[in-house]
Design a protein around this ligand. Structure first.
Ligand SMILES: *Cc1c(COP(=O)(O)O)cnc(C)c1O
Length: 421
């Protein structure tokens, strides 16, 4: 469920007409709903009710300061994957003890940043990383709280670019070697081993892979405890998928995910962390774009719009599907049209949809890409010297620009010309 609905013939975000925002901000832009973000966070929080838990929002899905602050105010922790994300979380007021640091390639500088600024735990992904973290912590006179990310060799049954839990993926240490690695970790002076971490991929549409992974983590917890480790926290990662295509079967709900967590690891008495990104932010955002031209090709019509692959790369990168709807509600009974929906960038990859059946639209009309709140704005670039598009947040009948569009001068003046030229 989200809060982007037609009212009186116009698409609204909560109580604001999308066309009114477009008139003020100019297309294209991202638009997020406070009510949807709040609802999705609460669904996860309530799904883990009765367990000691923290829902850490995966900031890589959407790292705007306003979104972080909104979720942190609801009680969310943050899952960060870089020094930049760590500093973004801190800048939005998230205390260090609610920030979890994930990622396969943490640098010494990033470790130091987090140790000095405060951190809930590092999710360590390799032995070399463990050694370096111990050194950095020791040199600062501190100890780093650590969970080790294990790779359970489970097929997440998702797109290959976002599957992370198979043995061929770069993530974590093989679960078969976990006892050895925990023994090494326990002997290191700068490391305090507190738990286990697992994250098997993104956009999972079934519970079964989670069930396999969490069951393996539960077994490992007992083995490691028998080896003398005080395993008291389980980070079960993110990855629950969202319905991008409304006509398809919906993925499992957070409540079902929560029941699975309770069933598989509930008996262990561990504190539970989860790291959802997409399910919190994905359907809480749309991208609004304006039609520039409708061009007739040999055998098809091209809808040429003012957003491009640099603004929303998911279709080009993962062949991702987004529902695309007109901002003005089509009249009932109107004959649908069929378009290839493309942007202005000079690459054929700049195609959002092929042979898409949707209500007819024309130049100047606004269209909305649904489910664009996750891995949208954060993955955008200024390719083709197209300035980053603005982000807008709606709250009831109010809206605010939460990242303005840079001016052409701001974009150009980021470069400097050396004095010898
Ligand atoms: C990407 C990622 C997440 C979030 O995944 P979603 O599919 O957006 O829920 C959580 N944890 C880690 C370690 C990740 O890399």
């Amino acid at each position: 469920m989200d809060h982007f609905l037609y009212k009186n013939g116009h698409l609204h975000a909560e109580d604001v007409a999308v066309r009114d925002i477009a008139a003020e901000v100019g297309a294209p832009f991202y638009l997020y709903s406070t009510a949807t973000l709040t609802r999705h966070f609460r669904l996860f929080d309530e799904a883990l009710d009765g367990m000691d838990h923290l829902v850490c929002f995966a900031m890589k899905s959407n790292s705007n300061q306003a979104i972080i602050k909104l979720l942190a105010d609801l009680g969310a922790g943050m899952d960060v994957v870089s020094g930049g994300e760590y500093l973004r979380a801190k800048a939005a007021g998230v205390p260090g003890d609610r920030i979890v640091f994930s990622g396969v390639g943490k640098t010494r500088a990033e470790m130091q940043l987090a140790l000095e600024g405060g951190i809930r735990q590092f999710n360590v992904e390799s032995e070399p990383e463990m050694l370096v973290l111990s050194e950095v912590a020791t040199s600062l006179g501190s100890t780093a709280p650590v969970t080790v990310r294990v790779n359970p060799d489970v097929d997440a049954k998702t797109h290959e670019k976002i599957a992370t839990g198979k043995s061929e993926n770069k993530f974590g240490i093989p679960i078969s070697r976990a006892r050895e690695v925990y023994a090494e970790a326990a002997a290191l002076p700068g490391i305090d081993v507190i738990g286990i971490d697992v994250h098997i991929g993104s956009q999972l549409t079934q519970l079964e892979p989670f069930e396999l992974a969490f069951t393996k983590v539960a077994e490992l917890t007992q083995e490691l405890r028998a080896d003398g480790h005080d395993i008291r926290r389980l980070d079960l990662g993110g990855g629950l998928g969202i319905p991008y295509e409304r006509s398809n079967e919906a993925p499992p709900l957070p409540i079902e995910f929560g029941q699975l967590v309770k069933r598989t690891v509930g008996h262990l008495g561990c504190e539970i962390e989860i790291e959802p990104g997409r399910l919190i932010s994905g359907n809480a955002g749309i991208m609004v774009s304006e039609v520039i031209y409708v061009k007739s090709g040999e055998d098809r019509e091209f809808l040429i719009i003012d957003a491009a692959m640099n603004d929303l790369i998911r279709p080009a990168m993962y062949s991702a599907y987004h529902d695309i709807i007109p901002v003005e509600e089509p009249k009932p009974g109107i004959e649908p049209a069929r378009y290839d929906i493309v942007g202005p960038v000079c690459e054929s990859g700049d195609t959002f949809a092929k042979q898409r059946i949707m209500p007819p639209v024309g130049p100047g009309d606004l269209i909305a890409f649904r489910s664009a709140g996750a891995y949208g704005a954060v993955m955008s670039s200024e390719y083709n010297s197209r300035p980053l598009i603005p982000e807008v947040l709606v709250h009831g009948d109010q809206f605010a620009v939460i990242r303005p569009r840079p001016t052409f001068d701001e974009m150009i003046n980021r470069d400097t010309i050396p004095q010898w030229l």
